[in-house]
Design a protein around this ligand. Sequence first.
Ligand code: NAP
Length: 305
Amino acid sequence: MNQSMQGKIVVITGGTGGIGKQTAIGLARLGATVVITGRDRGRGEAAADEIRQASGQVQVDLRLADLEQQAEVRRLAAEIMTSYPRIDMLINNVGYLGAERRVTVDGIETTFAVNALTPLLLTELLREPLGASQGRVINVTGGMPRGPLDLGNLQSEQRFVGMESYSHAKLALMALSYEQAQRLNGTGITLNVAYPGGAATAMTAGISPAMVPGWMHPFWPLFGLIMSNASPERAARSSIYLASSPEVAGVTGTYFNTNSRRSAWPKPVLDRELRLKLWKRSWELLGGSAEIVDDRHRSLLADTV
Ligand SMILES: NC(=O)c1ccc[n+]([C@@H]2O[C@H](COP(=O)([O-])OP(=O)(O)OC[C@H]3O[C@@H](n4cnc5c(N)ncnc54)[C@H](OP(=O)(O)O)[C@@H]3O)[C@@H](O)[C@H]2O)c1
């Protein structure tokens, strides 16, 4: 059951298309003010209009930022905080699945940067407004995030296959989410992970056989057929549920599957030593451009192995 979201402020990264846009429509229909992000003004304004029309909610706020760049994540967070002293929900929805290994302006492999580091950083930067309203953070996972989690190939240094690297980065996101949820205990902020399930979106339209491991090639036509028919509205349900349902008030550090049911974490997520190594490495990679490399950043690195 979802409850009214009247008066709630929801930030959704990547709300201008795909699953994020459907999440925005669903939450706006419940009465929430939605802040969506994207990279392109034209596409973003068209999406904001569509969300207003589909939901009847006029409070749709578009913010532009390229979330593969750390400086842009920081600028977006600062901008949001100036406008909203409190945020009720942050849905880290933006993901990235590429055909080739590529590094960002920060020198970090893009799949790992966007899927794992960006949600970690944005959540940390928005702690104050989230804490002001006992906010909920929802991180969106995807792919086949089972394991192992290989710290030696975190940025696909050894091997890059689009779908494998994407699944690995989502597994890293899940381990970081688990750790971040523990560290947010006592702040009133909850953090959970949602698996949306397949949907026909710009991301899936861009997948080619070269981006999936060899064992998937025989199933490729079937995969394509299933994906092209899967609805983003359906895939948005898990994020909408976690953002709005009273059933999950106070629930944190939990993984929810595509049917919004509690699910077991992949094994590597529960390996504390591995998780802490990943946590430390991630904050080191986020440290290069950090204005939060101060006591707070040092404390994020503390208590790690
Ligand atoms: N689709 C699936 O089958 C599936 C399955 C499992 C999990 N997921 C996960 O669900 C989430 C949403 O996926 P989706 O398929 O809806 O993706 P999508 O169609 O590629 O999402 C597009 C949205 O993300 C934004 N975006 C993309 N890259 C960005 C960047 N670097 N900076 C800022 N915004 C960016 C786009 O904004 P612009 O307007 O700038 O393009 C747009 O709003 C992802 O985390 C994905 O991994 C998807």
